[in-house]
Each structure stands twice: as structure tokens, then as C-alpha cells.
Design a protein around this ligand. Structure first.
Ligand code: ASP
Length: 337
């Protein structure tokens, strides 16, 4: 019924859906942290420790996603799938409550791109460093240069991929709901086909921050950069309003400046869930329904009141929500198609 009702809104008669449709089922909470996919459960735990001690959201979102970057068998960080030439290249961004932001892209052999992004923000007059320059900066800042070798799982996945060498992104979904054990078999089977963790948090002082880190799409063209390190696309924070981050087909998130758009919808008064939904609708409108069926994009957001929400193109996206020691759980993203 729901689906039919939505489709009957016409060829994306999307404006009929307003914030008044949302009764804001979530209580206002602070501090709170949310992050994409089921790896977010572990990441939230690290972020929560900081938030619960009255620490800043900026530290929480950095240290939270570092957990995921460290996991050798995960979809994020140096253990992830390589590009089509066999190299793991990483993108990351971070943003605080004062419009300070930093990012790195096409970064190789550095374990924690999110921390390099933070150094770019704090120690340079720039917002973004890429490739060799980003690596040079990281090394100068004392980050160790890690081995170029692929993790065992990524190596197997790459060898499999080489048999056909086809660049065909698999629809970005989490098929093994509720399992955040980083099972290596997921990488081999191609089941684990999302590559990002995005996190946004509101601290006890009422300040927002966000982070986003990724290996990008597996077997991408060498040099390809997705949405995750692009401020406004993969991540955006406006401390007066809210914060949002994205996962999924990065090119389509960039096209609509996705996370910035979500924050702007919240500024207009939309609940975070409704704001995420409208951004997803914008992608579908731009791309057309048929082509949208071939991709996944998910947004998550929180507002200044600690309300949160997420939305995605199609079934299979989830996100982790944490606002108490015993409240760190996965929520399925609502979807449109
Ligand atoms: N958004 C990421 C990218 O396009 C990929 C992902 O979220 O899985 O690089």
C-alpha cells in the first residue's frame, strides 16, 4: 500500500511529501551518535565512550570510524578491496561544528585516513589533499607508511574479479542483516559490497560533527574518487541545523550535493528522516526510476535536537544508532524503490 501510494504520487510528484507526514517518533536525545551499516555498531561504541564522558563530537566521530578503518577484514580501510589495478586507495573527510573541514582522497598505504583528514583541517590552510601529496603530508605528520600488500580476503576477491575484469558495481546492500562480525566470506562472495562508514554525532554540549571514510568502490578505475571526501556530498555539518552523511553510489551523491541537501532540508524544518528521504527522491528524479533500480544510496542525519533518521533507494541499507550504554542498535533504512 505504502509503495503504491508513493508511486501514485505521480512521476515523482515528490513535493507532496512534506515534513507534516512525519510525526517525529523519536524522542529528543543528547548525546547521540549514528553511523552507516552494521559495522557502525562497533564504531558507535568507541564514539559513545567519548560522548558519554562529555567529550567533543569531533573526537567521537574520528575515533569511532578509526575502529572500522582498523578492521583488516572489513569493507573500509587498508583491508578492503583494491582498485582495478590492485591498489587500495582511500578517501575520508571530517567536519566540526564551526564549518572547519578536512579531507583526503586517493590516499595509499595509510591506515587512518580520517586522522589525516583531521590534520589537514587543523594544520593546513587547505580543505583537501589528494594522492601523493596527501601521503607525503601524512608521513610528515608521523603516520607510518603501511605495506602495499592486500589483505588475504581482498587478494582473493581481486583474483576472482580479474577473471572477468568487469567494472560493474554490485548494488550496495547489507545482505546479512544484524551480523557485524566482518566475516571474510562476505568479501569473497561479493556479499559485502559497501565500502564506507559515515558517522554523525551530537555531543553533550550541543555541538555536531561528522566523519566519513571509505576505500571507495571495489575495482574502481585507478584515480577514481567518490563522494566520501567531498564536503557537501559525502558529509556536511551545520551546527545550527544538523549533520548528514552518505553511502552508496558516490557519483550520484556528488551530482546532487547529497549531504548538504539533507542539511538544507532540515533547515527548512524537515525531520532528519524526511530530509534524507527528499534527498533520495532527488537522486531518483535526476536519474530516472529504471536506472535508480541499479544503484543504492543511503543517507543518515541528525538534527540539533538529537532527532535522527535515514533513508535509501532500495531495501538493504541499515544504520547503527547509539544514545546510551545499553542503546546501540541497528535500524533498517526505509526505502523508496
Ligand atoms: N560512497 C562510496 C563511494 O562511492 C562507496 C560506498 O559507500 O560504498 O566511494
Amino acid at each position: 500500500m505504502q509503495r503504491r501510494k508513493f508511486i501514485s504520487l505521480g512521476s515523482l510528484g515528490l513535493s507532496a511529501f512534506t515534513f507534516s507526514s512525519f510525526k517525529s517518533p523519536k524522542a529528543i536525545r543528547k548525546p547521540i551518535v549514528i553511523s552507516t551499516w552494521d559495522a557502525g555498531i562497533e564504531a558507535n561504541k568507541a564514539a559513545w565512550k567519548i560522548l558519554n564522558n562529555g567529550g567533543p563530537a569531533l573526537d567521537a566521530v574520528e575515533q569511532g570510524v578509526m575502529v572500522t578503518e582498523s578492521s583488516q577484514n572489513c569493507c573500509v580501510g587498508l583491508g578492503a578491496n583494491p582498485d582495478r589495478d590492485g591498489f587500495v586507495t582511500l578517501d575520508a573527510s571530517i567536519m566540526d561544528h564551526q564549518f572547519n573541514c578536512g579531507s583526503v582522497a586517493f590516499l595509499e598505504r595509510i591506515k587512518h585516513p580520517i586522522s589525516v583528514a583531521r590534520r589537514v583541517m587543523e594544520k593546513t590552510p587547505h580543505v583537501m589533499l589528494v594522492g601523493e601529496g596527501a601521503q607525503q603530508f601524512a608521513v610528515a605528520e608521523g603516520f607510518p607508511l603501511e605495506s602495499e600488500q592486500l589483505s588475504d580476503d581482498a587478494k582473493r576477491a581481486y583474483e576472482n574479479w580479474l577473471k572477468k575484469s568487469e567494472y560493474k558495481p554490485v548494488i550496495n546492500i547489507e545482505r546479512t542483516k544484524g551480523n557485524h562480525s566482518f566475516a571474510p566470506s562476505k568479501l569473497e562472495s561479493g556479499e559485502w559490497n559497501h565500502d564506507t562508514i559515515g558517522m554523525v554525532a551530537l555531543d553533550a554540549h550541543g555541538n555536531l560533527s561528522g566523519s566519513c571514510t571509505t576505500s571507495g568502490q571495489g575495482f574502481k578505475m585507478r584515480g577514481r574518487v567518490g563522494d566520501s571526501p567531498i564536503i557537501g556530498a559525502g558529509l556536511f555539518v551545520d551546527n545550527e541545523v544538523g549533520a548528514a552523511t552518505a553511502t552508496g553510489q558516490g557519483e550520484d551523491v556528488i551530482r546532487i550535493s547529497g549531504s548538504h541537501l539533507v542539511v538544507e532540508f532540515m533547515r527548512q524544518g524537515l525531520h532528519p528522516e524526511a530530509a534524507c528521504k527528499k534527498a533520495v527522491e532527488r537522486i531518483i528524479k535526476a536519474k530516472g526510476i529504471e536506472k535508480s533500480k541499479e544503484i543504492q544510496v543511503g543517507f543518515i542525519a541528525i538534527n540539533k535536537q538529537g532527532e535522527y533518521g535515514g533513508y535509501c533507494i532500495q531495501k538493504g541499507f541499515n544504520f547503527a544508532v547509539c544514545y546510551a550504554d545499553d542503546q546501540n542498535f541497528l535500524e533498517d533504512g526505509k526505502f523508496i524503490l
